[in-house]
Design a protein around this ligand. Structure first.
Ligand code: 7TS
Length: 414
């Protein structure tokens, strides 16, 4: 994207859209309206080009070769770590562990904490609005250790019952693990208050940030959070790559995750010593191209600016919410006061899958189902929702197409 100072905001949007080749794709003979950004976001051409150029000119393994190409790959890869650390406000790149994504980041902490003497009488605190990846790893840990999983309830409008959180938080709590922004409801949780309340009694906090960083500036130092997890592919970077941020002292205290190359200091049959953080948690050849591509995606976002992103997405959220309410049979699920640009809804008694199928025929991509939050769907007594999740490159016209598609679906299933 390049712009002159006189550019209008619509012209800027059109220039930004041109950066994302997938947005020109045709589906069933129509230009795609891609409204499934919470599942994964599209990649700008600069990210695609950077990954391609890495494989064309720089590909070599990292941390092991004396040869020049390997040194270049290592430097570029470690520079990406510095870039990512800086982007999320980490104090040092030592606090940035590369993983396969949010799921892997959470599993890493759960697996490593499990070795650290969590046991009967201890509690892990999560909420009813968690993605399965912030439920199941803790259930597995509790089964192994005898610890108890406690669940903060969610209100009808989709907010954490904060009084319940305060009541449940105690010296038995070993960790609070909560979603920053809900993928199904769009709720933005009051994470600053959560972290500070937990810290009053010395309880560490892990935040699942998969859906937060695509919409807002995340600064882990400012939040004073202990662990923060995110996925590159939801942040306009490649799939299969993500980050676990952890405070250095906490990461140092954890045992290694998986064993293998790169995570060791010295291996002997009598015993092995381990590499320093973050490498201690990174066994095997990593996804080098993804780290480099992700750093490029962050550069792109920075250039765009979170102020513009927030302005654009606030408009999309407000416009879609008011337009959807024109449809008589619509029920919006999740109307928290503080929301990201995600709208979940039901159309009368029509199954979300049927609505999604009609929309797909019109070239409109939404997600339908439980969105990997089955306990949350049970809380609302529904099988799932239709979810439109917006990124900064979406337009009001795409929302108009969604709404007319829904009117059509309503008539078909009446
Ligand atoms: N946490 C949240 C809040 C998520 O939304 C997701 C993925 C994950 C964790 C897992 O991320 P991963 O990159 O490790 O898979 N959410 C969705 C979604 O809403 N639709 O598809 C994937």
């Amino acid at each position: 994207m390049s712009e002159s100072p006189l550019i209008t905001s619509r012209e800027k949007l059109d220039l930004v859209r041109a950066d994302f080749p997938v947005l020109a794709t045709q589906v069933h003979g129509q230009q795609i309206a891609y409204l499934d950004n919470a599942a994964t976001s599209q990649k700008p051409q600069v990210v695609i080009d950077r990954i391609s150029s890495y494989y064309q000119h720089e590909n070599a393994n990292v941390h092991r070769g004396v040869h020049t190409l390997s040194q270049i790959a290592t430097d570029t890869y470690e520079d990406s770590r510095k870039r990512i650390a800086e982007f999320i406000g980490a104090g040092s790149s030592r606090e940035v562990v590369f993983t396969r994504g949010t799921t892997d980041s959470i599993n890493l902490v759960a697996a490593c904490l499990g070795v650290q003497g969590i046991g009967a009488g201890d509690e892990i605190l999560i909420s009813e609005m968690e993605h399965h990846s912030n439920i199941v790893p803790w259930q597995l840990l509790c089964e192994r250790s005898g610890a108890k999983l406690r669940v903060i309830p969610v209100s009808e409008s989709g907010e954490l019952e904060y009084d319940e959180f305060e009541r449940m938080l105690s010296e038995r709590t070993k960790l609070v693990a909560l979603v920053h922004v809900s993928n199904s409801l769009g709720t933005i949780n009051p994470v600053r208050r959560i972290v500070s309340d937990a810290h009053v009694i010395g309880v560490p906090v892990l935040l699942d940030g998969a859906q937060a960083a695509p919409h807002m500036r995340v600064d882990v130092s400012d939040l004073d959070v202990d662990f923060y997890c995110l996925s590159s592919h939801k942040l306009f970077g490649p799939t299969g790559f993500g980050v676990l941020y952890g405070k250095a002292a906490l990461l140092e205290a954890l045992p290694p995750y998986q064993g293998g190359g790169d995570m060791i200091d010295e291996v002997d049959f009598a015993g092995t010593t381990f590499n320093e953080i973050p490498h201690k948690f990174e066994a095997g050849t990593p996804n080098i191209a993804a780290a480099i591509g992700f750093a490029t995606a962050l550069d792109y976002l920075e250039e765009l600016g979170y102020d513009w992103i927030a302005e654009q997405e606030a408009d999309l959220l407000a416009y879609s919410t008011s337009r959807l309410k024109e449809i008589e049979g619509i029920r919006i699920v999740g109307e928290a006061e503080n929301k990201a640009s995600v709208v979940s809804f039901l159309l009368g008694n029509t199954h979300p899958y049927d609505v999604g199928t009609v929309l797909d025929r019109l070239g409109i991509a939404v997600r339908t189902g439980h969105h990997c939050t089955q306990p949350l769907m049970k809380r609302y007594g529904i099988p799932g929702t239709v979810r439109a999740s917006f990124a900064f490159y979406n337009t009001r016209e795409e929302i108009d197409r969604l709404v007319s598609g829904l009117f059509k679906a309503e008539k078909m299933f009446a």
